[in-house]
Design a protein around this ligand. Structure first.
Ligand code: OGA
Ligand code: MN
Length: 268
């Protein structure tokens, strides 16, 4: 009888330990991935200089910067509310190429976009923030950024954007890409990650190791509320994995001035 009581007690204890383990890892996942608006603490004025400095430092060091939960809380709140209020038919199927070359290609991307103007409080707050960043980066890095364009994007369940670059060498005048995520409570199982493919650092090293399979390194970003991603548009191929629920973001580009003579470069 005592033997059975012991086995029973052991069973209960093990079940308890298992329950705690499952529960605690669940909490960890939640803490990291599920960002409510209240998790973004600072307002535009407090941390912005430090944030811009970090972005500039990381751009110099690695050509990209990923700043989780860094968007100022007041700006994030305006943008989240703005997206919630936007009528569904303001979003249009996104295409590839610009102006007369614009085509819609289901194989490449399936998301919908809505260009951001300064006509709403949220739109102008966002453009102001981007302009502050543009001015800072021009001073610090002499990038000569001249203009900024951006849109909201909506990926419905199953939507994706295959591997692409935002600009091509010699052709594009998009210099810096910026992406900001607007999804509260995004979990590990919701898909929709941004995958960035850093260029191989040392091409001669790769040649020397011809017979070796070199695992291409990938940077995977969860599209949680307030996370900011900035990268050199010509250098980093990237893709958006299929989202498993509605996914909202802003994608924007800082551009050089490419207008020549009578051929005024259209803003998008
Ligand atoms: C884009 C893009 C990335 C993202 O719109 O060009 O790459 O994570 N977006 O939404
Ligand atoms: Mn892109």
């Amino acid at each position: 009888m005592r033997k059975y009581a012991l086995i029973y007690k052991l069973g209960v204890t093990m079940a308890h330990i298992l329950f705690c383990l499952i529960n605690s890892s669940h909490v960890n996942v939640n803490l990291y991935f599920c960002t409510p608006l209240s998790a973004l603490k600072h307002t535009s004025n407090d941390n912005t200089p430090i944030l811009f400095e970090t972005i500039a430092d990381e751009l110099i060091e690695q050509g990209y910067s990923i700043r989780p939960y860094a968007l100022p809380a007041d700006l994030a709140s305006l943008l989240v509310n703005c997206i919630a209020d936007l009528p569904e038919d303001n979003f249009k199927r996104a295409g590839i190429g610009r102006a007369k070359d614009h085509i819609i290609n289901d194989f490449v991307r399936t998301d919908e976009i809505c260009w951001i103007t300064g006509n709403s409080d949220a739109g102008s707050a966002w453009i102001n923030w981007a302009t502050l960043l543009q001015n800072y980066l021009n001073k610090r890095l002499f990038l000569g950024l001249f203009s900024f364009e951006s849109h909201f994007s909506h990926y419905a369940k199953g939507d994706f954007y295959k591997k692409h670059k935002d600009a091509f060498k010699g052709e594009g005048n998009r210099v810096l890409s910026v992406v900001v995520y607007l999804n509260q409570y995004w979990s590990n199982d919701d898909g929709g990650e941004l995958v960035i493919y850093p260029p191989k650092q040392d091409k001669t090293a790769n040649k020397r190791l011809k017979s070796t399979v070199i695992d291409q390194s990938r940077i995977i970003v969860t599209p949680s509320l307030g996370t900011i991603v900035i990268f050199l548009s010509e250098e980093f191929p990237h893709e958006v994995l299929p989202a498993l629920r509605d996914r909202y973001a802003i994608a924007g580009w800082f551009r050089l001035n490419a207008s020549i003579a009578n051929n005024i470069d259209p803003p998008r």
